[in-house]
Write a protein that binds this ligand. Structure first.
Ligand code: ZN
Length: 466
């Protein structure tokens, strides 16, 4: 600190990406507003123009009456910048807002590095500017040891850009973050165009965009992303309100993100994906949104919801639903690519599935149903297999006289390998139906795909809209 060799810097207008997810999200938003491809490509002039734009958006919002259109940004200010200039009559003027958003003159800079990027800080910043960065009791204090956080102007301005990157709803700000820089730039472009629309149109802060908005936005961005994703995706929700601070991160790992992407880019997977989404619906939330939610919170539930729905349909009708030829192979890819079922287990399961398909012929409703019902519980499946083992010993053809119905290693894969046995049983279920379909089983003709409105949104490229 105070290094005499440091070149004299009097303006700060170069954005840096740091390790702080919220700073990064804001920096990407500034890049979008500057029409630059990357935060570090934003020129000094462009940076200043974006700072001015953010000030003029605040000035415009400052006089809006609560609830009327254009109120949105002022509403956000209570969640994001408690006790900022907008909240005091004396400071809620163009001059007051500009003063809040202007770096102090260089002679007033503290002798401290920016806590995020290490360049000289231009001031100490507290909770008004840095979300969750300073504890409440240190706010507005002038005590020498409790200044808040030293930041440079580009870093603090990144936080100021959060309303463009994150969307308000239900008392929180929520947005998508990823360490894949190119994907992050792409996802932020969508968010910025949505949020700028919110700023001019929305008059309130009630949850916009339906249930699990941020997870759905991430799913949508992934499905339009046309290159391999190199990192996982996070959904971040937070509130910086002094009364109700919150910070919640949900993670989707890279393999799942890549798999979701493949459901749009691979034409075979596309059809299966519609059935998969349908199978995820709950009584109150449409399928695509539940799918997006589970991708972040309970990825293991995604295949079991799909097979559960097939089980219900088959139990009800005794027939193979139209979804099966599309959904079963898709669930298999999920189990192998996302849940990492081992190659050798896939081999074991496939062999057993063929054997099962020998005895569960699709034109015998009763046998089919019996097998399907047995797959609901491991113990029921064991009993079902034991009775088939006994039948097989009596009736097997002479040419396979030495082949067991199921071998010991195959049995172990299905029942004695902890969590991977669970995945193996899910795989067994879909593999039996893949095998039956491959053998020409009759599949119900009716296609019961519902037209979920979210699919229209999902399939509309938001980058082309604006
Ligand atoms: Zn900095």
């Amino acid at each position: 600190m105070g290094d005499v060799l440091m070149p004299a810097i009097t303006t700060q207008d170069e954005l840096r990406l740091t390790s702080h997810p919220l700073q990064r999200a804001g920096a990407y938003a500034i890049a979008v507003l500057a029409r630059a491809g990357h935060p570090e490509a934003v020129t000094g002039d462009q940076f200043q123009q974006v700072v001015d734009l953010m000030i003029s958006d605040l000035v415009a919002a400052s006089t809006v009456v609560k609830g009327s259109s254009g109120w949105y940004l002022k509403g956000v200010s209570y969640t994001l910048w408690p006790n900022c200039a907008l909240h005091y009559k004396s400071k809620c003027t163009p001059e007051g807002i500009t003063a809040w958003r202007t770096a102090p003159p260089v002679e007033k800079w503290p002798d401290a590095p920016c806590s995020l990027c290490g360049r000289p800080a231009c001031a100490w910043y507290g909770n008004v500017d840095v979300p969750l960065g300073a504890s409440v009791e240190h706010r507005n204090t002038t005590a020498p040891d409790h200044h808040g956080t030293p930041l440079c102007f580009p870093c603090v301005s990144s936080f100021h850009a959060l309303p463009y990157a994150f969307t308000a709803g239900g008392g929180l700000l929520q947005g998508v973050h990823s360490w894949d820089e190119k994907f992050m730039a792409r996802a932020t472009r969508s968010a910025v165009s949505d949020n700028r629309r919110n700023m001019t149109v929305r008059g309130d802060l009630k949850r916009g965009g339906g249930a699990f908005t941020v997870e759905f936005a991430a799913l949508r961005a992934l499905r339009w992303w046309d290159r391999r994703i190199t990192a996982g995706v996070q959904s971040i929700q937070f509130s910086n309100s002094t009364r109700d601070m919150k910070f919640q991160v949900e993670n989707m790992d890279q393999t799942l993100a890549e798999w979701l992407r493949s459901t749009a880019s691979d034409s075979v997977r596309r059809t299966g994906f519609r059935y998969l989404a349908q199978s995820q619906a709950s009584a109150k939330v449409p399928g695509l949104r539940m799918l997006a939610r589970r991708a972040f919170n309970h990825p293991e539930q995604i295949p079991s919801r799909a097979t559960g729905r097939l089980r219900d349909q088959i139990t009800e009708t005794g027939r193979i639903p139209a979804a099966v030829p599309h959904l079963a192979p898709l669930v298999r890819t999920y189990l192998t690519e996302v849940l990492h079922v081992l190659e050798k287990d896939v081999g074991h399961v496939t062999t057993v599935a063929r054997r099962i398909a020998d005895v569960v012929t699709a034109d015998d409703d009763k046998r089919l149903k019996k097998f399907v019902v047995a797959t609901r519980r491991p113990n029921d499946l064991k009993s079902w297999l034991r009775s088939e083992i006994a039948n097989w010993a009596r009736t097997r053809p002479a040419d396979v006289a030495n082949a067991p119905f199921i071998s010991v290693p195959q049995w172990r894969t299905l029942f004695d390998s902890g969590n991977s046995s669970w995945s193996a049983r899910e795989l067994l279920f879909v593999a039996v139906f893949e095998e039956l379909c491959a053998r020409g089983a009759t599949v119900q003709a009716t296609d019961e795909i519902t037209t979920d409105d979210d699919f229209k949104t999902l399939d509309t490229n938001d980058q082309e809209e604006s």
